[in-house]
Design a protein around this ligand. Sequence first.
Ligand SMILES: [Zn+2]
Length: 118
Amino acid sequence: MHELSLCEALISTVRRQLATRPEYAGRRIKSLKVTIGALSGCEPDLLARMFPHASPGTVAEGAELIVDFQSARVACEACGTERDVAANLLVCPKCGDQGVKLVAGDEVLLTGLTLAEA
Ligand SMILES: [Zn+2]
């Protein structure tokens, strides 16, 4: 995944969100919070490094990007265990069954937005 494009997409999402809230017009963004899954194809460190290159001249100029990492998490259909696992080992850590469902770890989510004081 291209982290710079992803930063631009995140900023674009924020801009669209803010446009629907006239009460926030002109407010600066202090920070953006994103959750990046281990299987998302996005490199969290690279995303954080690219953000300052994507934000100047946008609503997110000067904002801090806070990146939360989400491990791959599976739910076992055989024994019901739900647990974080290594991204390259999608089997149940308890019973070893391969019938697991990925419940987290493939996401790129915008989870928070803090505005500077007006
Ligand atoms: Zn199991």
